[in-house]
Design a protein around this ligand. Structure first.
Ligand code: HGY
Ligand code: MN
Ligand code: MN
Length: 412
């Protein structure tokens, strides 16, 4: 650990974040879906910045931006993502990318510091086309067939069409060189209210939840809303509503202390006021950092579906469309973040699990990984009101860079 580590440039960090906020602005946030012009403009912005940190930049065939260093010594990989949820916040993703860029700009040019920080932006963390497609591509867990099957959830465009219109089709995909990095460090906004409500500055992430997602389809009988007697209806919309009430009543008895479940989308077909819906569909998600809890709740979900089907009205089918392995963050990385927070954040840190999924859980499958959080005002995220105080952003950047220095110095 260098005696007098180089200072970060907090004003530069804030300026870079506000520059990215200005690409794809939506109210006080951004609308930057994967492969949108705003997303591609943000990738270009990052690729143009990386040489300032002595990094050779590549925008690869899946839309990852990867900056590599020729500096001798240990390498630490750092980054996050630059696309956003639809009509959402300006910091979810860019905060981690700009912190990684700042660490690289401060550390890499300094010949007195051994090693370098390499910077990445992972494509489609927000799942417009799939889940963690960019970071899964980098760790070698994404096949060409996966890309063939991926479609834009906002339209019906295939990923292949989107890659072509983004000018990325045919480019090679960059994959991790095993053993190159001492590990991966990601900074992110907390997206919850734990840090703010405890007046803390830094979250030291201990684990990241697994996200399991389901498409649940209810098939009844479409019919006339006026002439069909109530006693003989097979109303798919009503069956879906009853199913959700049954989930809400039974899940708390089976869940873990931090399990969450969400119905993020419901559709009724044909969706007309004078037609009894013959089909209903919901997208349902379970998250926990214990895969056993998720498996237990999935089993119960399927049993509830079988019960509704057995009642004879509508047929209910449950399709699992996404699984995710919970990840434990590396103990050494947690210690480095906590030590940096002790020196630069008055020790105002807390070890805590992440209720959001992050690319770090994918990188953790091939290298040690760690995450740090900064507070979210009001705990709001995935909304254009998402925000973090400038002072917390700058403190977080200083802690992040100091943790990078500790991790590089701790490598023999
Ligand atoms: O949904 C998530 O956990 C992440 O913010 N995309
Ligand atoms: Mn994110
Ligand atoms: Mn997000």
């Amino acid at each position: 650990m260098p005696n007098n580590p180089p200072p970060i440039d907090g004003a530069r960090v804030l300026a870079d974040l506000n520059t990215l906020r200005g690409i794809g602005t939506y109210r006080t946030g951004v609308h930057k879906p994967t492969f949108s012009d705003a997303h591609m403009g943000s990738l270009r912005w990052l690729a143009e910045r990386l040489p300032e940190a002595g990094l050779a930049a590549e925008v690869d065939g899946i839309g990852n931006v990867v900056g590599t260093s020729a500096k001798p010594g240990p390498k630490l990989l750092a980054g996050s993502h630059l696309e956003s949820q639809n009509f959402a916040g300006w910091l979810d993703g860019p905060l981690g990318v700009v912190y990684a860029l700042e660490a690289a700009r401060v550390i890499n040019p300094d010949a007195t510091i051994r090693g370098a920080v390499e910077v990445a932006s992972w494509c489609d963390e927000e799942g417009h086309f799939g889940h963690f497609l960019g970071s899964r591509s980098y760790v070698g867990a994404l096949t060409e067939a996966d890309i063939d099957a991926a479609r834009d959830r906002n339209s019906d465009r295939t990923m292949r069409e989107a890659l072509a219109s983004a000018g990325l089709a045919g480019r090679p995909r960059v994959t991790a060189e095993r053993g190159r990095h001492v590990g991966y460090l990601e900074a992110h906004i907390e997206q919850g209210e734990t840090l703010e409500s405890a007046d803390l500055s830094i979250g030291v992430v201990t684990s990241i939840v697994g996200i399991w997602q389901y498409r649940i389809v209810f098939t009844g009988e479409q019919n006339h809303a006026g002439t069909t007697r109530m006693a003989i209806r097979k109303d798919a919309g009503l069956a879906m509503s009853r199913f959700c009430v049954a989930v809400d009543e039974s899940f708390p008895k089976l869940s873990g202390p931090r399990t969450v479940w969400t119905t993020g989308r419901m559709t009724l077909d044909p969706g007309a006021p004078s037609i009894i819906p013959g089909r209903a569909e919901m997208l349902f998600q379970i998250r926990d950092d214990d895969a056993g809890v998720i498996a237990r709740l999935e089993q119960h979900l399927r049993a509830l579906a079988a019960d509704v089907t057995a009642q004879g009205g509508c047929v209910v089918e449950v399709e699992r469309i996404r699984t995710g392995t919970p990840a434990r963050m590396d103990a050494g990385f947690q210690d480095a973040i906590e030590a940096a927070a002790r020196d630069l954040a008055g020790g105002k840190s807390l070890r805590m699990p992440s209720g959001a999924g992050h690319d770090a859980q994918v990188l953790a499958t091939i290298m040690p990984a760690g995450m740090l959080f900064v507070p979210s005002i009001g705990g709001i995220s995935h909304h254009w009101h998402e925000n973090t105080a400038d002072a917390d952003i700058v403190t977080g950047a200083a802690v992040f860079v100091d943790a990078c220095l500790r991790l590089l110095a701790s490598t023999s």
